[in-house]
Design a protein around this ligand. Structure first.
Ligand SMILES: *Cc1c(COP(=O)(O)O)cnc(C)c1O
Length: 367
């Protein structure tokens, strides 16, 4: 059934049956004789789509009533600026945890709008990377929130413990879940705000999901006057995420993926599959001395599996051979090199098994 398996980190693979449905509905959506891209976002058909999406999200990840769902644009990077703009004054402090590339991008952007206190919990012991437990982080007493990225998409390093430490009580936790949302169960109540670009595990580029505790929108007096209206959570919320024209096609596609996820068994089901997929792949890496991953198992990502070859010079050949075998886009990000298999929800376990078989054959033939 699957011709190829696409391990792209983002924009990432989309379930085949969703693509088939898009193809079928492209020129006639909802029996309107037009596509979803060609109608007003204020039409009842589209407003229903948006409302159903919110309902599906609430059901899938158990979003409590006191949280609002906002659909924004500009990707996670826009939120790197929008979050401090919405929640802080210039001279205020927030704790920013740095565990990798996206953490650092968020910090560099936040520096324009506040005084981030940077926490560096990544350590190295005998050439193996690990992350200090949350209970040992040095938080500042005057920080207004704690920002972190639990899953670093590029390095494949992750904070897998939920932010439930007693020391975090009464702190506002903000998390960039771009490459982790919908991949495992989380307790929304642990967070003040979570956000995610859609192109990894929700849908396509152009859409950014924000889940925010309502008091952070409506009782927030911290906001600066110069904040652009399109980034102002209060305005976005009041206009039901339609202050400006929303990315309608991206919303439509994401709505189909949420339906697909509900149909196959929801987060409980998919998180088990994701655990299984990543375990199989890490086992294959660990059992061979040809493939290497230098992250301690408890801090490994379940969605972005990074590895390298003992003999680095063979990596481009590995990528070429993999591609010939229908295993696409395994090249690591240019800033760290190596290899990376992104195995989000839409990657079936068959794809991971095929990759593992390929890795064994490659080692046998060229190792
Ligand atoms: C992809 C990614 C981003 C950047 O997303 P954009 O949509 O390009 O802004 C930010 N954070 C994480 C964790 C990501 O994986």
């Amino acid at each position: 059934m699957y011709k190829i398996f696409n391990f792209s980190p983002g924009p990432a693979t989309i379930p085949y049956e969703v693509l088939k449905q898009v193809q079928k509905e492209l020129i006639n959506w909802n029996n309107l004789n037009v596509s979803v891209m060609e109608i007003s976002h204020r039409s009842s058909d589209f407003i229903n789509l948006l409302q159903n999406m919110k309902n599906d999200l609430r059901e899938l990840i158990h979003i409590p009533e006191q949280y609002d769902i906002l659909f924004c644009q500009g990707g996670a990077r826009t939120q790197f600026a929008a979050i401090p703009m919405n929640l802080l004054y210039y001279n205020e402090t927030a704790d920013y945890v740095n565990i990798g590339h996206w953490s650092l991008q968020a910090i560099n952007e936040a520096k324009k709008y506040c005084l981030p206190n940077i926490i560096n919990p990544v350590k190295k012991k005998k050439d193996i990377f690990y992350i200090k437990k949350i209970k040992n982080w040095h938080l500042s007493s005057n920080s207004k929130y704690i920002h972190y990225c639990p899953n670093e998409t590029i390095e494949g390093i992750a904070i897998n413990e939920e932010p439930e430490e007693p020391k975090l009580k009464n702190k506002i936790i903000i998390a960039d879940l771009s490459s982790l949302i919908l991949a495992k169960e989380i307790n929304i109540k642990n967070y003040g705000l979570i956000y995610a670009s859609a192109q990894k595990n929700i849908g396509t580029a152009g859409l950014t999901l924000i889940i925010i505790r309502k008091d952070l929108i409506y009782q927030n007096t911290k906001k600066r006057k110069e904040i652009p209206s399109v980034l102002d959570y209060n305005i976005i919320s009041k206009h039901n995420s339609m202050f400006n024209t929303p990315p309608t096609f991206s919303l439509y596609l994401s709505s189909l993926i949420l339906k697909w996820l509900k149909k196959i068994g929801g987060i409980k089901y998919i998180s088990k599959i994701n655990q299984k997929k990543s375990k199989l792949l890490y086992n294959a890496i660990d059992q061979s001395s040809f493939y290497i991953n230098k992250i301690i198992p408890s801090n490994r990502s379940i969605t972005n599996v990074t590895f390298s070859l003992q003999e680095q010079k063979k990596e481009s050949f590995f990528i070429k051979k993999a591609q010939e075998n229908g295993l696409y886009y395994l090249k690591g990000h240019k800033i760290i090199g190596g290899l990376r298999a992104s195995i989000y929800n839409a990657m079936p376990i068959e794809g991971v098994k095929k990759l593992i078989n390929f890795m064994r054959d490659f080692e046998k033939n060229y190792g």
